[in-house]
Ligand binder design. Structure first.
Ligand code: F55
Length: 809
């Protein structure tokens, strides 16, 4: 990294501000200051960026390409400064000029090219690949509009377009010279030219894919990787084919919008086109780049690993085959061997509605040659199994069935590795969802429990707590998060516990100020901050949380003098625009919030805050202030979850079902350090098998539950005439698909235990400390290191070890 001193930084900053905007510091607007800072920061890593990718070729290093239809990095400024080792100097330099890094950072618009867990994980992995010194690249789509902006109007979610590019995104570099052409549509036929089968394309659209590269700066290791996002444009040679604005828009629309669905798939042709577009552009550029290695294509899997992040890029398998066959003229068997050795695939959900299936006609429309290749892969798969497995097995597992292409089957058959994202999830894949494939290819299956960007969620988001940790165990944890474990030695040190408590309180004060400013609601930092932040989905059971809140409210109405520790319930959640039920839950949460917050008998004892527009930057404000982390999905439904890890790292205590990675959190912190309740995986599977659950029984036999549910339909909660009935019916008439009523009593009981525990602050802080100390296990740096060693077979630069003392010369 370019070395910097405070003096040099201030000089450089003023110079660039004057050059770019002809302004003095005192006259510049936050966005101008921000853009200037970006240009200084970029110049700090640009040499290293160039060297990093050149070294890969020079040293014959195998590289991984992580294909993901979503990336959700959030803001890059502070994270880049931290990773470069420039953070403190820049912060001080700005202060010298009368500026604040915090304020300037707020001018950065979140890069929100993802929906939730899957996209955030992809970005986390980008950071960790670079920080581990691994040769890794991202490959995705540069959407013109990011995930919609959420507003509440009369308690309803309204979606507004997120034009994140209006101010330009200066982190990325457009590389016109590296553009590739992607062919879509038209017809194809194969002719035998004597040497090989040559595909002849007729009437296809040629789309120019232009890469925008963003440098991904590793943590203090002089390593900068690339995230490449593709934009669709009209090639100069084809301009005449698109004479009208509408014609042009047809092409440009390809990369306009991110589909706003999380854990659900919509069979729209535009989505399928997006999938082929970034897959084809990425694979073409990889194979082109491979020429620089001067090695035969029959060895490409020794130098290239391609990762398929969920099934959206599953066409990688067929596109790679297409290039090896049609353009490089390899034999099928040789090409197939290289393909399987190159590809690996991660599954992120077992929800049936998220498993992509595309009609043959649609695939044919998008790329007829790709359909041909998929059909041939499918034919050969069935042929190979014929006689070895029964026909049922073959029918169940083949790629094409009933006129549909099953993308997960394509990804599994075409990869050497299939992984789930937490132990329980992988177990469910092996035993249930993908059991046939597990039987067929046991060696392909493995688990890689998710991890998080500890630097972003602790060092960047929570400087107060970071300082306390430094003072307690030194700074080595900033390089190796497992060292956080040393905190456990201080579990009974009252001074340390007190300091952890003070850091939390100061973060709660900040969040309380933010809540006041955003919503006008006044909350007390002495209340328990109880947090549920994640996409809104029935299986995540925000509704269970809401029922608990309504119960607390009704109890307080009965006995307003009741002694209790005040609670503030904070929600952050976007619903997919077409997910009607989830939007009804949002409306109900907002109306319950209105009712409670404005009821004078309740005073400060209970507050409910639903913050608008949840995303990475808002999470950075909420998580450091959390006391309680709600991880209450129906067991078996949440593949892993990652907010559970971020909240734990920041010292929140977890209320959890035995689902996803919650189980591994429990295993690390111990049963006494987590509040577990509810149905287990076996209970849920049993109910799903024998249909013995009748939600109405729970309603009929539990007067508390009756009262709480009736509040949704008897006018107790105002303004939800429609939504209240909808929710009531979903729990009682449709038999409560996610066992909300079944888990209600256990949940209430557990929350009572939480409040009792909080009453003893020292005991509470001890648990917080144990959570922080054990969160190092969930660092994405380690997760990615396992992918590198066990799946991709790629090697790291020398690891960096150190303390903060040796950073600034
Ligand atoms: C899958 C398919 C479609 Cl079509 C759309 C979305 C998804 C999907 O799985 N999204 C997603 O975000 N899944 C989440 O991935 C996280 C990272 O692995 C997990 O932590 C989380 O449990 C899971 O829901």
């Amino acid at each position: 990294m370019k070395k910097i001193t405070q003096e040099k930084f201030v000089h450089e900053f003023k110079k660039r501000l004057a050059e770019k905007y002809a302004l003095d510091v005192k006259d510049a607007a936050p966005s101008e200051l921000y853009q200037t800072l970006v240009s200084v920061v970029k110049s700090g890593y640009s040499d290293i960026w160039r060297n990093t990718w050149k070294d890969y070729v020079k040293n014959d290093e195998k590289q991984v390409y992580y294909f993901s239809i979503e990336f959700l990095p959030g803001r890059l400024l502070k994270s880049n400064l931290l990773n470069m080792g420039w953070y403190d100097i820049v912060e001080k330099g700005l202060k010298e000029m009368g500026l604040s890094l915090d304020k300037i950072s707020e001018a950065e618009v979140d890069m929100a090219l993802g929906n939730g867990g899957l996209g955030r994980l992809a970005s986390c992995f980008m950071d960790s690949l670079a920080s581990d010194g691994l040769p890794g690249n991202g490959n995705g789509i540069r959407y013109k509009y990011g995930l919609f902006k959420q507003k509440f109007v009369d308690g309803y979610q309204i979606e507004l377009p997120n034009e994140w590019l209006t101010d330009g995104n200066n982190w990325a570099v457009a590389r016109e010279s590296k553009a590739v052409d992607v062919l879509m549509g038209g017809q194809v036929h194969l002719i035998d030219n004597g040497k090989y089968l040559e595909p002849i394309y007729e009437g296809a659209d040629v789309i120019k894919a232009v890469p925008y590269d963003t440098g991904i700066v590793g943590y203090r290791n002089d390593h900068v990787n690339t995230m490449r996002l593709w934009d669709a444009q009209i090639p100069a040679t084809e301009e005449v084919k698109y004479p009208t604005i509408e014609d042009r828009r047809r092409v440009e629309d390809l990369t306009s919008v991110l589909y706003p669905d999380d854990s659900n798939y919509e069979g729209r042709i535009l989505r399928l086109k997006q999938e082929y577009f970034f897959t084809s552009a990425g694979i073409q550029s990889i194979v082109r780049h491979y020429k620089k290695y001067k090695k035969p294509l029959t060895k490409i899997s020794d130098y290239v690993a391609i990762h398929i992040n969920d099934t959206h890029p599953a066409m990688c398998v067929a596109e790679f085959m297409r290039i090896l066959l049609d353009e490089k003229h390899l034999d099928w068997e040789v090409a197939w061997e290289q393909t399987v050795k190159t590809m690996s695939y991660t599954n992120h959900t077992i929800m049936a509605e998220a498993l992509e299936k595309w009609p043959l006609e649609m695939l044919e429309k998008v790329q007829p040659r790709i359909l041909q290749i998929i059909q041939e892969i499918d034919r050969r798969y069935a042929l190979e199994l014929a006689g070895k497995r029964d026909q049922d097995f073959i029918d169940r597992t083949r790629i094409i069935k009933d006129g549909m292409v099953k993308m997960a089957h394509l990804a599994i058959i075409g990869s050497h590795s299939v992984n789930g994202v937490a132990k329980l999830h992988t177990e469910l894949l092996e035993d249930d969802v993908l059991h046939d494939f597990y039987e067929l290819y046991p060696e392909r299956f493995n688990n890689k429990t998710n991890g998080i960007a500890v630097r972003r969620w602790l060092q960047v988001a929570n400087p107060e707590l970071s300082k306390v940790i430094d003072q307690t165990i030194g700074t080595k944890w900033r390089f190796d998060t497992k060292k956080l474990k040393e905190l456990e030695k201080y579990a009974d040190d009252k001074k340390v516990l007190k300091k952890i408590g003070q850091a939390k309180r100061s973060n709660k004060v900040k969040l309380a100020d933010f809540i006041k400013q955003e919503t006008g609601i006044v909350v007390s930092p002495d209340a328990i901050f109880d947090i549920q932040i994640k996409r809104l989905h029935a299986y995540k059971r925000q509704l269970l949380n809401l029922l608990g809140i309504v119960k607390l409210y009704l109890d307080l109405k009965d006995d307003p003098k009741q002694k209790m520790i005040p609670r503030v319930f904070i929600f952050g959640a976007k619903a997919a625009p077409s997910y009607h039920y989830a939007k009804s839950i949002i409306k109900c949460i907002n109306e319950v919030a209105n009712l409670i917050n404005n009821d004078p008998t309740i005073k400060d004892k209970l507050k409910v805050v639903f913050l608008e527009n949840y995303g990475v930057s808002l999470a950075e404000k909420i998580i450091p202030a959390a006391d309680v982390s709600e991880q209450i999905s129906t067991a078996t439904k949440e593949a892993s979850g990652t907010s559970n890890m971020k909240l734990m790292l920041n010292g929140a205590l977890t209320v959890a079902t035995l689902d996803g990675a919650n189980i591994e959190i429990k295993d690390h912190v111990g049963d006494d350090n987590i509040f577990i309740f509810g149905l287990t995986k076996d209970d849920v599977l049993q109910y799903e098998k024998d249909h013995s659950y009748h939600s109405a029984d729970y309603y009929n036999n539990d007067p508390v539950l009756q009262r709480v549910l009736n509040a949704f339909v008897d006018g107790t909660i105002p303004n939800i005439e429609v939504e209240g009935h909808e929710i009531f019916d979903s729990l009682l008439r449709v038999n409560d698909e996610f066992f909300v009523l079944r888990d209600f009593e256990a949940y209430i009981h557990t929350k009572e235990k939480v409040a009792q525990t909080y009453a003893d602050q020292l005991a509470w802080q001890k648990k917080c400390l144990i959570n922080i100390a054990n969160a190092g296990y969930f660092s994405a740096d380690d997760t990615v290191a396992k992918y590198a060693a066990e799946i991709w077979d790629i090697k790291a630069d020398q690891p960096t070890e150190g303390t903060l003392d040796d950073v600034y010369p």
